[in-house]
Design a binder for this molecule. Sequence first.
Ligand SMILES: Nc1nc2c(c(=O)[nH]1)N[C@H]1C(S)=C(S)[C@@H](COP(=O)(O)O)O[C@H]1N2
Ligand SMILES: [Mo]
Length: 425
Amino acid sequence: MTDTPSKGTATRRGFLKAGLTGGVALAGAAAAGRAVAAGDPLITEVQDWNRYPGDGVDARPYGTPSQFEAGVVRKNVAWLTADPISSVNFTPLHELDGIITPSGLCFERHHAGIAEIDPASHRLMINGLVDKPLVFTMADLKRFPRHNKVYFLECAANSGMEWRGAQLNGCQFTHGMIHCVMYTGVLLKDILAEAGVTTAGKWVLAEGADASAMTRSIPLEKALDDCMVAFAMNGEALRPEQGYPLRLVVPGWEGNMWVKWLRRLEVGDQPWQQREETSKYTDLLANGKARRFTWAMDVKSVITSPSPQAPITHGRGRTVLSGLAWSGNGTIKRVDVSVDGGRNWHTARIDGPSLSLALHRFYYEFDWDGSELFLQSRAIDEQGFVQPTKNALRAARGENSIYHNNGIQTWHVSKDGVVENVEIS
Ligand SMILES: Nc1nc2c(c(=O)[nH]1)N[C@H]1C(S)=C(S)[C@@H](COP(=O)(O)O)O[C@H]1N2
Ligand SMILES: [Mo]
């Protein structure tokens, strides 16, 4: 198991496509169950947990995972985290399944730490180009019609360290700036209607109540389409890390716009050109120009297992490959998987609900013959956008970018099942 990512200066490990060999026999009959091992004490002897009563219902008023899952936690990357107050940690994607991220494992990105706000003292103000400036308490907001929606949130900098070559060794670190939860809240258009946006109003500035006072300009069209002001995630109040008691939900768009600890919405007639939409969250191209206001997150996928932190430990035979796919354009139509570095592609099986702007879970079951593999996944969304190779991305955007890297990830599986982040050319 590789738990600590290393900082590589260039490509972590490069492979030539010409050097690849095939690796799997499909449609195998290899059994996953074990033959009965005579005398296994875990079968023949009564264990403690089978003999003595356990904790009663008064012992765990708020449940936490089993002590044996203590390693399933958010982690940061030391060299990226000079100051934890303005930093990031990562969702342990390699340990998760399904499409919902448990609240306590959602990656965190703060610019000035976690604001601790008493909901009784929290206010949301609407001002600017409106007929009637308003201030809402949390109780006021809960009197609007509520909506429940499952959405992914991806930081635009997710996979940003991989632009110049394979670097971080684990999908937690290469792809873990994403989470997907069910939000409960009210539609932004409903509360804006109460204030009455004037005809000159074209943009909304969202402002956070934390010490960074995060601000982003959002076009009114998006604000009136599907944006939400959410107070709950996964059925309970938002976690402080995720903006308790109130956060903006901007479905399919870069995480930076999802202002946490939301305290103010100003309606204006043009974008405000805030730091986070000028100096940050823009993509400097090779010709010196920058792409700006690149809001929607592009179609993307990653194999979460096997992956560097989730090597193959069961030897050859039946193997379950699993991963996640998502797109800021809607649902995922298809995911292709390759075990030979993109020479041959197989259609993966998408399982679980296929919700617009949510994570999709895919599987590909195969018999591993014990030879080395180059695992890749490629997602295609409902609008027909196809996830590009990293080289195609570099050809289009140069290598100055940090944000919006949706290139195809390659994992190298060695004969002993060890998995490593690589690039093939
Ligand atoms: N108020 C406030 N909102 C914020 C931020 C912040 O620092 N302060 N960080 C932004 C960034 S860059 C991202 S990627 C997401 C992260 O959301 P999360 O912490 O729930 O994962 O929140 C956004 N909203
Ligand atoms: Mo972000």
